[in-house]
Design a protein around this ligand. Structure first.
Ligand code: ADP
Ligand code: MG
Length: 389
């Protein structure tokens, strides 16, 4: 079928790059690639091979180096400052190569292998509760902030696609876990781009799923920010609209200049979502107003704030959403705000007492300032009192 077109049909046990890599199993797939666990016989380690589809490979500008921007960014990250604490919390990149398959040319990125993602932890509770305990949330957020501090202040990158399935945990004792599993690997051939049970590599040395908040305290849990396939250089944007819809920052919707603060907004949404177990913003379109206007209105409601004229003056889409006086053009504001951030945290968070709720709210508010200039930077948020508690 057309949708599968251009994925590389890898076989288990298959050698790639002149026998350097042996395919072990599938790790996952996305719009532009399938990702495989492989043995690196050169370095005697396991690696992840992100094999781009033929279409994605073709889209790369040809020339003496047919490198993708994702590769350029991973290279920058790997080399910009080897002593930066954020380096440990970004995906480690080794090299890339290309080869010809039955459908055409494939670019292939070689990176470290990661394990469970935050998304997996969220889905651990049997009762369907999607909340994650505050101890885990704070540990993960601190590490993601280190990664963002590095990306923003050293590498000149905006991640632009921060979401739960792009925050993964580095497996402990990968060699032992995978070698053990290898005795049971089925000898099937995976089809191009099929769902085919993505492997979830356990994070703990015992090979147990990591779910309970109480276990996190004792473990060396390393969160890693991955997937730079949608990222942008701070000084070179590839498109105007970034981020998953519900996590999109107001300046992006409004056509205001954007940059690193957009990632911080995104993080504020994710933190809230982890604590309350549902989306912070779930905009809807109505007869009278659009999805985007609803989204903007919900922001003002949650934060009990309004967009300042000084900000709107810098927005190309201002008139799509606002009257000259700065009130919404179509949206009818409720008299009483229904869902404020505070109320959401009080009603749905598993936070321990008023002080903890207040501290979490203050942290999130530093991330969710409507004006990007007023948002705290990653480096500042690392020292927030809530994360230290
Ligand atoms: P795309 O840009 O095509 O969406 P991703 O980089 O998001 O590709 O990778 C697709 C999926 O493969 C991810 O959602 C994840 O499940 C898995 N994956 C990607 N990289 C790794 C890795 N280094 N280790 C383990 N799994 C990975
Ligand atoms: Mg992806």
């Amino acid at each position: 079928g057309k949708s599968n077109c251009g994925y590389y049909p890898a076989r288990l046990g298959q050698p790639l790059d002149a026998g350097r890599y042996i395919i072990v199993r599938k790790l996952g797939w996305g719009q532009y690639s399938s990702v495989w666990l492989a043995r690196d016989r050169g370095e005697d380690r396991f690696v992840a091979l992100k094999i781009l589809t033929c279409e994605a490979t073709q889209a790369l500008s040809p020339g003496e180096s047919q490198r993708s921007d994702e590769e350029r960014m991973l290279t920058k990250i790997a080399s910009a400052d080897p002593s930066h604490p954020g380096l440990r919390h970004t995906l480690a990149y080794y090299e890339s190569f290309q080869f010809i398959g039955p459908h055409g040319l494939h670019r292939c990125l070689v990176t470290e292998v990661l394990g469970y993602g935050v998304d997996y932890i969220r889905k651990q509770r049997e009762d369907g509760d999607r909340r994650v305990g505050p101890v885990t949330v704070k540990r993960v957020v601190k590490q993601v902030l280190q990664a963002l501090h590095y990306l923003h202040d050293v590498c000149g990158i905006v991640h632009s696609d921060l979401k739960h399935d792009n925050i993964l945990f580095r497996p402990l004792d990968l060699e032992r876990v995978v070698s053990h599993e290898l005795t049971e690997v089925p000898s099937a051939t995976y089809d191009c781009g099929t769902e085919a049970t993505p492997t979830v590599i356990p994070v703990t040395s015992q090979g147990l799923p990591l779910s309970l908040d109480s276990t996190v305290k004792q473990r060396d849990l390393v969160a890693v920010l991955a997937d730079f396939g949608h990222s942008h250089w701070q000084d070179r944007h590839f498109q105007d609209i970034i981020q998953p819809d519900a996590l999109r920052a107001p300046e992006v919707i409004l056509g205001h200049p954007w940059g690193p603060p957009a990632d911080i907004w995104n993080l504020g949404c994710l933190v809230t979502e982890l604590l309350i177990g549902s989306w912070l913003f779930e905009p809807n379109s109505e007869t009278l107003w659009t999805y985007e206007e609803d989204h903007l209105a919900r922001m003002t409601e949650a934060l009990e704030a309004r967009f300042e004229i000084s900000m709107l003056d810098k927005c190309t889409h201002r008139d799509k959403f606002f009257k000259p006086d700065g009130s919404f053009a179509h949206f009818t504001q409720h008299e009483e705000p229904t869902w404020t951030l505070k109320k959401l945290l009080e009603s749905f968070g598993e936070l321990d007492g008023d002080d903890e709720i207040r501290a979490a709210e203050l942290f999130i508010r530093r991330c969710l300032q409507l004006e990007p200039e007023k948002r705290a930077k990653a480096a500042e948020l690392i020292d927030d009192p809530w994360l230290a508690s």
